[in-house]
Ligand binder design. Structure first.
Ligand SMILES: Nc1nc2c(ncn2[C@@H]2O[C@H](COP(=O)(O)OP(=O)(O)O)[C@@H](O)[C@H]2O)c(=O)[nH]1
Ligand SMILES: [Mg+2]
Length: 395
């Protein structure tokens, strides 16, 4: 009995020992595998997100994939690849080339006018309809009235009835309102060893940065050297946007960190251009309008500080043609702050009405010098009044 009991106890003890041994082995084998995976996860986590965040902030298309770089050279893969420098086409004849863009939205005005003018009876009602049509096209009441008055008188005096003759008279009147002989030259010529300086101002979203970039392309295409100043320091993305434009045509962009003093960026851009013997500096600015006083201070300061280095040759006011009266009201503020020398009227390819050109010039007392006719890099043209009027009247 005792022996049997002893044997049973011995077997139980043996089982416990063997079982315990296996338990210890399997438990020991678990922690190492956990230890192995943990460092890999935590090792990657802190490094990856900041990189991704930075790239997302930059908003550039050409950022490299967010894959972890080889350990020896972690910074190299973060730098975007050098894009190939493009050679933009020269600016001559651009408005003619882009005429179809304009014609798309302006055809109803020209057709409507010509239909009315070639009607058999040019009575009171018809003249009123013509005036209404001009007003609907954003030409402004004063100019519309003037055009109709003049046309009426001339038709009566000359006894003109043929549609070709009426068209010619209308062409003359529209040209007179737009200003066929107005000086629309954008002053980009350097002065000896000093660069020409262009400031680009306007409400947010009107197309300042795009126009700055497109203008740089126009100048580079015409054989000029250009430096860009990223004086919209309000958002880092604005600087990145300008850098993309600059890198495409090989124009250096002078920029500082987000929130930096815009005047100091502008000053540095002009200083750099002077040192390098660059022809033209274009300074992109911010367009926040929440406080007029703040804007006045900032833009005024940018201009004054730049003038310590070189004169400001152009202050281009960028205006979105689709915003009509509201856009004009906002734009007027800029005219009070800085001495605007020319207007870049953007988005004329959209739903804008061509008459806005007449109204803008009359209201602001400054010529339209450039027109934006699309989102493409070369969709900016020097404004040509004759091409414009002919496009309206032949479409
Ligand atoms: N269709 C069209 N879009 C334009 C034109 N000019 C600028 N834009 C667009 O307007 C938007 C705002 O432009 P941006 O330059 O960032 O404006 P900013 O805030 O004044 O600098 C962008 O989507 C541009 O592509 C133009 O002439 N035609
Ligand atoms: Mg901008």
């Amino acid at each position: 009995m005792d022996i049997t009991l002893l044997a049973v106890v011995a077997i139980v003890v043996l089982l416990l020992v063997v079982g315990g041994f296996f338990l210890v082995r399997t438990q020991r084998s678990v922690p190492p595998s956990k230890e192995k995976t943990k460092p890999e996860v935590t090792g990657e986590a802190p490094a990856a997100p900041p990189q991704e965040d930075r790239e997302r902030d930059e908003g550039t298309v050409r950022t490299p994939p967010a894959k972890a770089p080889p350990e020896e050279e972690p910074e190299v893969s973060v730098i975007p690849p050098e894009p190939a420098v493009e050679t933009p086409p020269p600016s001559a004849g651009r408005m003619v080339r882009l005429r179809a863009r304009l014609a798309r939205s302006q055809s109803s005005l020209g057709q409507g006018l010509l239909n009315l003018l070639s009607s058999d009876t040019l009575d009171e009602d018809t003249w009123e309809e013509i005036e209404d049509l001009l007003i609907t096209a954003d030409i402004g009441v004063t100019s519309a009235t003037q055009i109709v008055e003049n046309l009426r008188t001339r038709v009566k005096v000359l006894g003109t009835r043929g549609s070709e003759e009426v068209r010619a008279l209308l062409r003359e009147e529209l040209l007179a309102q737009i200003g066929a002989d107005t000086d629309r030259l954008v002053r980009t010529e350097p002065h000896g060893d000093r660069p020409a300086v262009i400031m680009v101002v306007g409400v947010n979203g009107t197309g300042k940065t795009t126009t700055t970039g497109k203008l740089a392309r126009v100048l580079v295409g015409d054989g000029r050297s250009v430096v860009l100043g990223a004086a919209d320091t309000f958002r880092a993305a604005a600087t990145e946007q300008l850098q993309t434009w600059g890198s495409r045509v090989g124009a250096p962009v002078v920029a500082k960190e987000e929130g930096a003093d815009p005047a100091s960026v502008a000053f540095d851009a002009v200083a750099r251009a002077t040192d390098d013997g660059t022809d033209t500096v274009i300074i992109d600015t911010a367009g926040r309008l929440h406080t007029k006083a703040g804007l006045m201070d900032e833009l005024g300061k940018v201009k004054r500080v730049v003038e310590k280095k070189s004169q400001v040759d152009e202050v281009l006011l960028v205006l979105d043609a689709t915003t009509g009266q509201n856009g004009l009201r906002q734009a007027r503020v800029f005219g009070e702050v800085v001495n605007v020398t020319g207007i870049a009227l953007t988005k004329l390819d959209g739903t804008a009405k061509g008459g806005i050109i007449v109204q803008v010039q009359r209201e602001l007392g400054v010529p339209v010098k450039l027109v934006g006719l699309g989102e493409g890099p070369d969709d900016l043209a020097p404004f040509d009044a004759e091409v414009f009027v002919d496009t309206i009247l032949t479409s």
